[in-house]
Design a protein around this ligand. Sequence first.
Ligand code: NAD
Length: 494
Amino acid sequence: MEALKKYDMYINGEWTASSDGQYFESFNPATGQPWCYVAQGTSEDVERAVKAADNAFYNKDWADMTYTKRGHLLRKLGDLLSENVEELAEFETRDNGKLIREMKAQLTYMPEFFYYYAGLADKIQGETLPIDKKDMFVFSEREPLGVVVAITPWNSPLYLTFIKLAPALIAGNTIVIKPSEHSSASLLEFTKLIEKAGFPPGVVNIVTGFGADIGDSLTSHPFVSRVAFTGGEKTARNIVRNSAENFAQLSLELGGKSPNIVFDDANLYNAAMGTIAGIFGATGQSCVAGSRLFLHQKIYDEFMDILVSRVEKIKIGDPMSADSEIGPVATLNQLESIERYVETGLDEGGKLLLGGKRPEHMKEGWYFEPTIFEHTEHNGCITKEEIFGPVLSVMPFSEEEEVIKLANSTDYGLAAGIWTNDIGRGHRLSKRLRAGIVWVNTYRSISPIAPIGGSKLSGYGREGGLESVHDYTQKKTVWINTSSAPMSDPFIIR
Ligand code: NAD
């Protein structure tokens, strides 16, 4: 049997084993079999990585590098990414089961994140202040924070790294990235491109391993100034608690139970395709999954015919095949959790219209059929909790006010979709829905220019857009006394 590939970590510009030489297996969800080993980081490795990042932050190779030069480096990284889309797509597909067609499309677009932030490099500027004191010249400048920690989940390891890495670096920070233990390989492959681009040693460090082993030492480390986290609620609570140790600033991108609302005047075909994109794209393992579908009762039957007939034709298959439309879920744990939710949905009286089980034709791997539940009321666990799998809950409504209330009756506040041809209604609802992202007549659209993030249990902070660069900086105010006159009374404020 062929030996499994082995990945080391990347600390201070060098590939390194963990301090105790341990590796763990990473699984291919399409086969359920291990396909590579990844270095199992320890607290000692965290210490090495954070120290390397801290040293690099003060080292002149990075600290004195002009913003323009940093922009060139980031652009180069974007170019290298463009040249390596095929290979990286395959690594991510093998490691987390995401469709190769989605990965190729995603990674073909991803260089734009690096180009966008590279373009902002020389626009990270301060202000002169029209100060109300005589003989004083006062200005502010934006400076980097220091060491940033980025922690990502398994569902989109590269994209969710890029949206942190690009603004953090362009602002002049250094970074330690911890990918999910379930999907580290694509980032480690991408790290070879970071190396090739020519970033000074220690500016980007990757520590792999289990959150339970190294998460605390990473997020509570006194040298860490900011933690950019994407993942689950429980981990987020822990990170918030740890921030009481080092007062690290946080951005928390967590889960959702996002509503997709279809009005009777909508283009029903597009709305059905948007619904499928929202909940069955990425096998439902998306923070913005449109897992609650609210249908206006006038079009309920017509819409369901369109939706169900397309969902029945969805091709479940090997994510490496270009024609597969649903691949496996990323972990066996996740598959079993989805199964438990389906049982709960049935126990609660939901009507199972489609799916609800593992597909018979895919014996190996961790596949689950696209699943649709119909509910007459918006209550019960599966209409409230994030399932993070291909399970859609459908509910009828008749009035605009009613659906706004239903859509907002969730502990989350991440995303929402509205399908209508009434432009006024599109605007009205966008304002009233409690969600950080609202899509009208589209779903799952992304761009580096448009921030993402949520409120309530979906977390706080935004990633992407101009704001994001500012979040990786802090303002410094500089006062210059332009007068040479003797100082007067030293015991009063000036
Ligand atoms: P998770 O919280 O278990 O793991 C996420 C990351 O945190 C992993 O790298 C893990 O190793 C690390 N981690 C675990 N324990 C830690 C600790 N004590 N300290 C520090 N780090 C620790 O989440 P998951 O199961 O990998 O991902 C699924 C969740 O992520 C879902 O809730 C989903 O909605 C959310 N998510 C959100 C977004 C978004 O942008 N809002 C995007 C994707 C996924």
